[in-house]
Write a protein that binds this ligand. Sequence first.
Ligand SMILES: Nc1ncnc2c1ncn2[C@@H]1O[C@H](COP(=O)(O)OP(=O)(O)OP(=O)(O)O)[C@@H](O)[C@H]1O
Length: 342
Amino acid sequence: MILLENVQKIYRSKSGTVTAVHDANLEIRQGEIFGIIGYSGAGKSSLIRMLNQLEKPTSGRITVAGRLISAIRGKELRKARQEIGMIFQHFNLLWSRTVRENIAFPLEIAGVPKEARQKRVDELIRLVGLEGRGDAYPSQLSGGQKQRVGIARALANNPKVLLCDEATSALDPQTTDSILDLLVDINERLGLTIVLITHEMHVIRKICHRVAVIESGNIVEQGEVLEVFKHPKHATTKKFVQQVTESDEARETIGQLLHKYPDGTIVKLTFVGDAAEKPLITDLIRHFEVDVNILQGEISQTQKGSYGTLFVQLQGENEEIVRAIAFIRGKMVEVEVVEYEQ
Ligand SMILES: Nc1ncnc2c1ncn2[C@@H]1O[C@H](COP(=O)(O)OP(=O)(O)OP(=O)(O)O)[C@@H](O)[C@H]1O
């Protein structure tokens, strides 16, 4: 559906040259929710804005829904853009227009007759759950409702792709979740391909099928979300995964325990699917001369299944702990010895 081949974006100004995206190669499949995650300045906005040519690549090829978007301009580009909707962090609504008028705007531009426009606006209002708010102005809406208007407007011309530029970053956690649920609903109901950029791993975990991690303009890792959670390879990916798997509270507790029991070994176990159902802790206590203290555990759902993390403290002779860890590894459970900075 979307193909990036050797894409580069270089900004040149009086103050110098910035390479925002280096040689990016990506393939985004029809109907998937694809997330691009990175810290501020990593190049996410530059990357997503090249998909509808809000930014032009300096070199490379970008194909979206069969069109070589990086090479077209004028009328052809305007037509191509109708197939690519976009929503923004700060909604970008027209403040002097009502909800209905905002949603109708792209239909007016596309030359849709008034009656068909009204009908389509009604459908969209229902789709995004804004019934009864059609005549309100953006200033009278909550953040979540504003983003619902943004989504309805982006979908007005039945696009094939929806681009989301930090669409939930200005929202509180609960509203974020309701907007993410809406995006999943739209993806499933309409078969729409969704590409989003974010700096929050929670967003990736909750709705994406696949993810790419970008750092200093380079895509440093990409893959299925569950796989990336299980085996993060790059240091930046590991940090993002920790955002979800290790709360600040857990880190604090574990830090305190490391102080209190400096002899014990704290390990983090990560298990996926079937591995979670095996009686691992019972087996450990039965087979090895170790004490096992459970410190913290969590199970998270991704679009492709669940995975869990469990922090335990093992106490006993060093040799026995080493044997116990080898035993856990043999059970297809990831084990990582935790050594926090004090
Ligand atoms: N129009 C521009 N002119 C010059 N440099 C730019 C321009 N836009 C972005 N950059 C630079 O390109 C790099 C990547 O920026 P970009 O906005 O794509 O990153 P980002 O990951 O989206 O970050 P943020 O979340 O902070 O927007 C940064 O160093 C930024 O300063």
